[in-house]
Write a protein that binds this ligand. Structure first.
Ligand SMILES: CC(C)(COP(=O)(O)OP(=O)(O)OC[C@H]1O[C@@H](n2cnc3c(N)ncnc32)[C@H](O)[C@@H]1OP(=O)(O)O)[C@@H](O)C(=O)NCCC(=O)NCCS
Length: 336
């Protein structure tokens, strides 16, 4: 049977840094509140002319270069985003054209903050089935154009940022699972009972005769709503749970794992998971302080930053867990 491995990584963050002090000018909030409740110090926002596929393009180019492949070797795109360029078609199609790729399939998925784990899982299955050999897997988001940047929306808007990350996933042969790069497992879960605890209601066909109308805008239904406390407690519980399950089922122990790359929603969430699971601090790599929550992009950005920091090397055993709207959650265990 075929296996898949991550052979290239790339990321792109728009250059404009937005600090907590900058947000103080837009809404009633404070640097102290944001840092104390979330750990976030700054995030990046795009300018008006930049769209999600632009960020995805830059991250993809870096991943292609890092993998040392020619872009013509890519035989499919799996792209996760909840902030597409347009309602349809998906960002994958725009990215394909910008990259100048041939008529390969371009799959857009959502799955919110677990988007990249889902994308990895799909890519792994495509490669294992023999259907694909070299996939471009991307997580890209522009949140800054969809947030309520007034005091009314402050509980959500201070948390999110823009950015993109990408990986090249290739077919590989695993001779020694204890050393060779490969995806060991991915496990995905969902519970729709939490759907309205973190959501954007409009546009939507459940709203009435029109998918979108001025009335919905007047009611702020186009902005995200979050039940922060429910999301927080479920994130801690579900990420710890799926990580424990993955390690047990794959016959690895917590000590075997070299690096934990969690989704970046709130520094306190990740600290609580580490505390509960007795993970030493130096094994958990966080980027939320600099970039906020970039949803589908947090995991590949985390991998890139960990690589730059010398924490991700060939043979490193990485455990990833993510949680997001839906609720959706999942794990990925892989040797880099
Ligand atoms: C949003 C979150 C940071 C709020 O932290 P919290 O400790 O639960 O804070 P609370 O909701 O209890 O709010 C406390 C107070 O701060 C206020 N507040 C909310 N946002 C604020 C902001 N940006 N600045 C200042 N005050 C703010 C609230 O209005 C509330 O005021 P009140 O006590 O007068 O009513 C936290 O719930 C969280 O991180 N949730 C999960 C987020 C997440 O994971 N999202 C993405 C999922 S993938």
């Amino acid at each position: 049977m075929f296996s898949s491995a991550i052979t290239g990584l790339g990321m792109y963050l728009p250059p404009r840094v937005v600090t907590n002090n900058d947000l103080e000018k837009l809404m009633e909030t404070s640097n102290e509140w944001i840092i104390q409740r979330s750990g976030i110090e700054e995030r990046r926002w795009v300018d008006a002319d930049t769209c999600t596929s632009d960020l995805a393009l830059q991250a993809s180019l870096e991943a292609i270069k890092d993998a040392g492949i020619d872009k013509s070797e890519i035989d499919g795109i799996v792209l996760a985003t909840i902030s597409p360029d347009h309602e349809f078609p998906g960002v994958g199609c725009f990215l394909q054209t910008k990259l100048g790729l041939s008529e390969i399939p371009c799959l857009d998925i959502r799955q919110q903050c677990t988007g990249f784990v889902h994308a990895m899982s799909i890519a792994d299955a495509f490669i294992k089935s023999g259907q694909h050999k070299t996939l471009l897997v991307v997580g890209a988001e522009i949140h800054s154009k969809g947030l309520d940047k007034t005091t009314r929306g402050r509980d959500v808007s201070v948390l999110f940022g823009d950015g993109a990350g990408a990986a090249i996933m290739c077919r590989t042969e695993v001779k020694d699972p204890r050393t060779d790069s490969h995806i060991i497992s991915t496990r995905l879960f969902a519970d729709g009972n939490g759907a309205k605890d973190l959501w954007v209601a409009a546009p939507g066909t459940a709203l009435g005769a029109d998918r979108m109308s001025k009335v919905y805008i007047d009611e702020n239904l186009h902005f995200p709503y979050m039940n922060g406390k429910r999301v927080f407690t479920n994130a801690v519980r579900r990420m710890a749970e799926c990580l424990t399950m993955a390690l047990a089922k794959d016959n690895y122990t917590m000590d075997d794992v070299d690096l934990f790359i969690f989704h970046q929603a709130n520094l306190r969430i990740n600290q609580m998971i580490a505390q509960e699971m007795k993970i030493p601090e130096h094994k958990v790599f966080n980027t939320i302080q600099k970039f906020g929550n970039t949803t589908a992009a947090t995991i590949p950005i985390g991998l890139c930053e960990a690589k730059k920091a010398g924490k991700l090397k060939k043979g490193t055993l990485v455990a990833t867990a993510a949680f997001g709207a839906g609720f959706t959650w999942g794990s990925a265990l892989y040797r880099y």
